[in-house]
Design a protein around this ligand. Structure first.
Ligand code: TGC
Ligand code: FAD
Length: 387
């Protein structure tokens, strides 16, 4: 039996029946609904909102949260496979699901009151309430402890002033999870986006994540009641706890991008005949293709073990940092290599590598830049904080 080029070590055999079913369902959705339209969406700079109802009906929003809130109650490995199969389509689709699930539904579940969970989670799982997550500010995203957005207590209300930058889903969102400095440290707030004083401004001229909405948010005396504050967390560990969830999913997503690029490079180099033989018949081309498969295999093993640790409840943020660093770098390198193997054809969005390469320039920056994750691992090894 020939080996599967995008699963050389038969990682799929390590999955449970349920995990395989989840992977197959999302793979079908990507093949049938995402791939036929995504090149054009990217060209037009358009997020395909029309896919939201189906994404929701497949149970992909908040998929790891309990069924009592209308969610699918899947395990961490299944969430990873969802991210992998969606990002095989496009990082923008995976971003939409990551933000809704890990950065908006998770904090409401983990830090919210029971009343907030009941009020928001079922509607968010159905895709009727869309969220965005406001942590990064214009003066520097890597150091969120230095945030300038403030929330001031005024009687029974809070008044928020400040700005957030680079916010995925900003102009789509009905609610924003906003992290702000208070007298009592950093706290999180659920801000309905129709509140007076809230503005979202879409960021244009992006060359990356073009099939995704990215916005700047402005808060000018935004007044909300205390019932909109997330009561069960204070300090930077609140937003960083959400980032651990999202970064975990991001370790899986780029495996999908890399698989798509390897598949495209294999097809193209087998067909393209130069100097009387297929490009794939050259030793240098085979070494490059083999190296892609090697790096994908290592990334798959890393993410699967990470998922098993997460399901066992023993996952540590440093392990997520190492895997995010490794797997995004792996995918970005592979997308650029695949682009090169396609020659001139590789510069058009008719083929996927350049789209994935451009998207991955965002993925390597957001959710902690590559440098941030390297320094997290360095801090763990040496015990010295180099930030
Ligand atoms: P530090 O002193 O290390 O930690 C402060 C408190 O937080 C706890 N903690 C964590 N908790 C959970 N998960 C983690 N990953 C955690 N890392 C730290 C820590 O234990 C401590 O708790 P306590 O109880 O002692 O107070 O904080 P620091 O200021 O030194 O920060 C270090 C650093 C640089 C790692 C952190 O600031 C960082 O990660 N910076 C990068 C910021 C970032 O990733 N922003 C992402 C914004 S969201 C986004 O990009 C969404 S893109 C979505 C999409 O479209 O898919
Ligand atoms: P900076 O923090 O200014 O970093 C600039 C450079 O300095 C980087 O190369 C960095 O690695 C380097 N650097 C930083 N610290 C050090 C150091 N100690 N030593 C050496 N080098 C260092 N944020 C949200 O809150 N919500 C979102 O939904 C969201 N979505 C995003 C979507 C997109 C498409 C993008 C591009 C970003 C998104 N972000 C979001 C923001 C993202 O998290 C930040 O861009 C990221 O954290 C980096 O912050 P920055 O852009 O301000 O870069």
């Amino acid at each position: 039996m020939p080996l599967n080029p995008t699963d050389l070590f038969d990682i799929r055999s390590l999955l449970s029946e349920e995990e395989r079913a989840v992977q197959d369902t999302v793979a079908r959705f990507t093949d049938e609904k995402v791939l036929p339209i995504i090149g054009e969406c990217f060209d037009q700079g358009r997020f395909p909102k029309e896919l939201i109802p189906e994404i929701a009906s497949l149970g992909l929003l908040g998929s790891s949260l309990p069924e009592q809130y209308g969610c699918a109650g899947l395990n961490a490995v299944s969430y990873g496979l969802i991210c992998q199969e969606l990002e095989r389509g496009d990082s923008g689709i995976r971003s939409f699901v990551s933000v809704q699930s890990s950065l908006c539904m998770y904090p409401i579940y983990a830090y919210g009151s029971e009343e907030q969970r009941q009020r928001y989670l079922p509607g968010m799982a159905r895709g009727e309430i869309i969220g965005c997550f406001g942590l990064t500010e214009p003066h520097g995203g890597s150091d969120p402890a230095n945030m300038k957005t403030t929330a001031r207590k005024d009687g029974g209300d809070w008044v928020i002033n400040g700005a957030k930058m680079w916010i995925t889903n900003g102009n789509l969102a009905h609610i924003a999870i906003v992290w702000a400095q208070t007298e009592d440290g950093i706290q999180g707030f659920i801000v309905p986006t129709d509140t007076k004083g809230f503005t979202a401004q879409e960021i244009h001229r992006k060359m990356s994540l073009r099939a995704s909405v990215t916005s700047a948010l402005f808060f000018d005396g935004v007044r909300i009641p205390d019932s909109q504050r997330l009561p069960n967390v204070k300090g930077l560990k609140g937003p960083l706890g959400c980032l651990t969830q999202a970064r975990y999913g991001i370790t899986w997503g780029p495996i999908g991008s890399a698989q798509a690029c390897l598949t495209e490079a294999l097809n193209y180099t087998r067909e393209r005949v130069l100097f009387g033989r297929p490009v794939a018949a050259n030793q240098s081309a085979q070494i490059r293709l083999a190296d892609m498969a090697r790096r994908i295999t290592l990334a798959q093993l890393l993410s699967l073990q990470l998922g098993r640790l997460k399901d066992a409840g023993t996952l540590q943020p440093t392990q997520v940092s190492l895997a995010k660093w490794n797997n995004v770098r792996m995918a970005l390198d592979i997308a650029r290599e695949a682009r090169d193997l396609l020659g001139g054809s590789g510069i058009t969005t008719e083929y996927c590598p350049i789209r994935h390469a451009l998207n991955l320039e965002s993925v390597i920056t957001y959710e902690g830049t590559e440098t941030v994750h390297q320094l997290v691992v360095g801090r763990e090894l040496t015990g010295i904080n180099a930030f």
